[in-house]
Design a protein around this ligand. Structure first.
Ligand code: PAF
Length: 310
């Protein structure tokens, strides 16, 4: 395994020079866009990119994108750990780390033209964080333009982001294969996130309620949406430091589920909550309804049925 540090590019020119040979040789280029503070979840994205491009270069971008942070969000305190990030990239055999300044990405200040994310951005995170996905899609489109990757890998943990980036690549014919990699979890189930480092020990324990809630929803999903949400809610209520933002079950493309839901329907359960001052999100797939009809016994929690809760 390569352990030498990847080449660091901080300007568009450096990046373009570094990738020129690979392009001339017809090698596939892989991109893993990140905001740094890299952890094992990011490392798994890098491995996925390597699998997809073989001998071609894997580029990791490290850029805390101001355009996707709202007023009062954690732009200023977002962890910036470039030296440690380079070590993670070295361990994963990454070829190039592109870590531009804000001026390099947005030379004239905020861009006049941005990517309008459409209706898929109006639910869930989009409702709680207005403008967030316009910022995400705009910077991802720029990164696609600068790196011109054949494949780009994103985590399923940011499920709505992944769905929107897929849709952007398709609708705008960007020619990039967008890959979603599975969420990496700690032993207790907590999804890895750069924001976990804001949690103290007690909050970390409370945060486990999110993945417990999603698992409870998966288990109760055979009984329908209502019982799945009830089961999840019961777990979240038991964690007093968890302040729920939303808990919803949607179709995999984030559209509302059909009514009635045909047995065996594949869906997604998504949650966002604040633990102390830290906002966490998570999601899991589930299968709704019992393919052989409704099971005999209802699960054991209060019948408080709603498709979504905020
Ligand atoms: O998921 C992230 O880290 C960011 O939203 C991304 C995709 C790198 C865009 O800034």
């Amino acid at each position: 395994m390569t352990t030498s540090l990847p080449v660091l590019a901080s300007t568009r020119e450096e990046l373009s020079t570094l990738l020129a040979d690979a392009r001339r040789s017809g090698l596939r280029v892989g991109l893993v866009p990140t905001m740094g503070a890299l952890h094992e979840g990011h490392a798994s994205l890098m491995r996925e990119a390597r699998d997809r491009v073989g001998d071609g270069p894997v580029v990791v971008s490290v850029f805390v994108n101001p355009l996707q942070f709202g007023a009062g969000e954690d732009l200023d305190r977002y962890p910036r750990t470039l030296d440690a990030d380079l070590e993670v990239c070295a361990r994963e055999g990454v070829d190039v780390v592109f870590a531009p300044s804000v001026e390099e990405v947005y030379p004239g200040g905020d861009p006049m033209v941005t990517v309008e994310p459409g209706p898929q951005a109006e639910v869930l995170e989009g409702r709680s964080r207005p403008g967030h996905f316009r910022g995400v899609l705009t910077v991802v489109a720029k990164l696609f333009g600068l790196v011109r990757p054949d494949v780009a890998v994103f985590g399923q943990k940011d499920y709505q982001q992944l769905a929107l980036i897929r849709r952007m690549a398709e609708d705008l014919c960007l020619g990039v294969d967008v890959v979603g990699a599975e969420t990496v979890r700690e032993a207790g189930g907590l999804a890895l996130s750069s924001r976990n480092r804001y949690l103290d020990e007690e909050q970390r324990l409370e945060a486990l309620a999110l993945s417990r809630a999603l698992r409870a929803a998966q288990e109760a999903a055979a009984y329908g949406v209502g019982p799945a949400l009830d089961a999840a809610r019961a777990e979240l209520r038991a964690a007093h430091a968890v302040d729920l933002d939303y808990l919803e079950v949607t179709a995999p493309d984030l559209s509302p589920l059909p009514d009635p839901v045909p047995p065996g329907t594949v869906a997604r359960v998504l949650v966002a909550a604040r633990v102390g001052t830290t906002r966490l999100i998570d999601n899991m797939p589930l299968v709704l309804g019992h393919p052989e009809g409704r099971p005999d016994h209802e699960p054991d929690h209060e019948p408080d049925h709603q498709q979504g809760e905020r």
